[in-house]
Write a protein that binds this ligand. Sequence first.
Ligand code: MRU
Length: 329
Amino acid sequence: MLVRTPDGKVDIRALWMTRGTVRAIEQRLLPGKFKIVTIRTYKEMAEAISNMTIRGAPSIGAAAAYGMALAWIKGEDLDKAAKVIKDTRPTAHDLFFAVDLMLSKRDEDLARAADEFADTIVEMCYKIGQNGSGLIKDGSKILTHCNAGALATVDFGTALAPIRVAHRTGKRIFVYVDETRPRLQGAKLTAWELLNEGIDHAVISDNAAGHYMKDSVDLVIVGADRIARNGDFANKIGTYTKAVLAKENRVPFYVAAPVSTFDLKIKNGDSIPIEERSEDEVLFLDDCRVAPKGSRALNPAFDVTPARYVKGFITEKGILKPGDISRRT
Ligand code: MRU
């Protein structure tokens, strides 16, 4: 991804491995501060996934693979490392896919295998960009939720990939960025990526999406954390609301994701585990408490959108209808 720094523009991934350690953009500090952290052990990697230094399903997958590589480099028990890493965040299927892939390669060089896995994610994102850009016409206004950009996918993005390709091929586009309470991944991360790339956009409060879908939004593209066999899918809390609004307003609703996000073992969305995070993420805005002391909060990090709301899944293999999933992935 392109990042503007005081020294000019740099092209950088969300995370990568170098000399036996993993380097990652500290996503919790953006957009205020651009900092690269160093992760040296699988336990540090598990903590970086849990505390959302690294977040977004495919980036979590790459982080999990690199965590297994760190355990391998240090000669640690791989089964124990796998369990610790799998216990970090329950919803993103890429995490489990990546750990199991590394376990299946346990007799190989896992540092190289993790690098190859991260490269594959990026290649898939470029293909998702190519496959989805045809949906975006010159002058299109697109709404997206959360951050399914380069930060979330090692590089380039899933939902943001067709948007990047459309922009780079000269289409004039505009992006409505849902702020995405409680952690504000839209306002903080998606807006930062679009600004770095020079893509015209505006952050809107989550509550404003219906207002704009009535007559301004041409297309919705979101990412996914886990997609069941029937096309029900989990994504950041608030996605379901946007899907219902899109259907009511006849706005096409697309989900962009690589095949590592499809969980073919799961028949439908009822079996997708939904992560519950700390109440404080809702009760506080950054360090400022917004609800009265004594009030409790509920904080599901994801919701499940039924397949009937999805016009298509933009994947590296093409655009799939929910009914195509078991045949084509
Ligand atoms: O809790 P997060 O920030 O990890 O949630 C991220 C999302 O919900 C993304 O939309 C999803 O992981 C797709 S990322 C390409």
